[in-house]
Design a protein around this ligand. Structure first.
Ligand SMILES: C[S@@+](CC[C@H](N)C(=O)[O-])C[C@H]1O[C@@H](n2cnc3c(N)ncnc32)[C@H](O)[C@@H]1O
Length: 277
């Protein structure tokens, strides 16, 4: 699968695992002004039910309890890549686990990378075998996990597999989300560093996962503060463990969890990586 070139000559990219999932590099002048070195601007890598399906289900249950009742909940994914996070949550909502799934619709999914949003709107998700079985597990109608249960949500071309993984062999398929899913998500381009002002303060749930280290220390601090100020009491933010709290990626500054706590958020009762104002 091809991704459109980034036109700006300051950037270059290489495709990686899952084909469309890219690493975008920014050329940076060296201190002596002569050579150009490359730094990672961002990666679009993502997958369904990250970090794992059990943890995701625990979190989805928690969202339901954080916002009890039937009133509308405003859900945003502010660095959505191809929309794996959004689709994972929708699959759970639409499979009988939540009493009033419609209160979470539509989900507003944004990313500042125009190419990835274009691809998200076209709607072709690379899925590996594990992701496919995890989806079947979440959407299953009885005790048996069957591939047919997935058909309502994705058209998968099983005849066209790709060997996608570096290292151990793993086969992947292209999956087209059906209208049941795509009707409930709105993709658009935005940089959360400016776009936080468009978050509805009340009853909002903001997914902000696996992108904080790309922003740099100053922007991370500013964004945490701006989100806190934008939120009304009770709105919540979800981050991730694997990248957002990784001290090596954060170059030894505070983890995103610590940053949110310093800003005034408090941890949601018993649920890792969810913080509430
Ligand atoms: C590693 S992916 C993570 C995708 C998804 N949130 C997840 O957890 O799997 C990082 C994404 O963040 C996006 N991103 C980075 N900085 C951003 C910003 N300031 N505003 C919006 N999107 C951003 C990138 O374009 C990329 O698609």
């Amino acid at each position: 699968m091809k991704v459109a070139q980034i036109n700006n000559t300051d950037y270059r990219y290489k495709t990686s695992f899952k084909g469309i999932i890219r690493t975008v590099w920014r050329k940076t002048p060296s201190p002596n002004g002569v050579h150009l070195i490359d730094t990672i601007k961002h990666k679009n890598n993502s997958w369904m039910f990250r970090p794992n399906v059990r943890e995701c289900i625990r979190q989805y249950n928690a969202f339901s309890k954080l916002f009890p009742g039937t009133e509308k909940v405003n859900v945003y994914d502010c660095a959505c890549s191809l929309g794996y996070g959004v689709y994972g949550f929708l699959l759970w909502l639409l499979s009988g686990h939540e009493k009033h799934p419609e209160r979470f619709f539509p989900i507003i999914a944004k990313d500042y990378d125009e190419d990835i949003i274009k691809a998200a709107r076209e709607g072709l998700l690379p899925l590996n075998e594990d992701e496919i079985w995890n989806i079947c597990d979440v959407v299953r109608k009885d005790d048996v996990i069957k591939k047919e249960d997935l058909d309502e949500f994705f058209h998968v071309d099983y005849n066209n597999s790709e060997n996608m993984l570096i290292g151990t062999k793993c086969y992947g398929y292209m999956a087209k989300p059906t209208k049941i899913l795509t009707d409930k998500v709105q993709f658009s381009v935005a940089d959360i560093r400016e776009d936080y002002v468009n978050i509805e303060p009340h009853r909002s749930l903001v997914w902000a996962t696996n992108f904080w280290p790309y922003m740099g220390k100053e922007d991370r601090y500013k964004l945490a503060q701006n989100l806190y100020n934008q939120f009304a009491k009770g709105s919540a933010i979800k981050i991730s463990d694997d990248f957002d709290n990784n001290r090596i990626c954060l170059q030894d500054s505070k983890s995103t969890a610590e940053l949110l706590l310093d800003t005034g958020f408090h941890p949601a009762d018993g649920i890792k990586n969810i913080f509430v104002k």
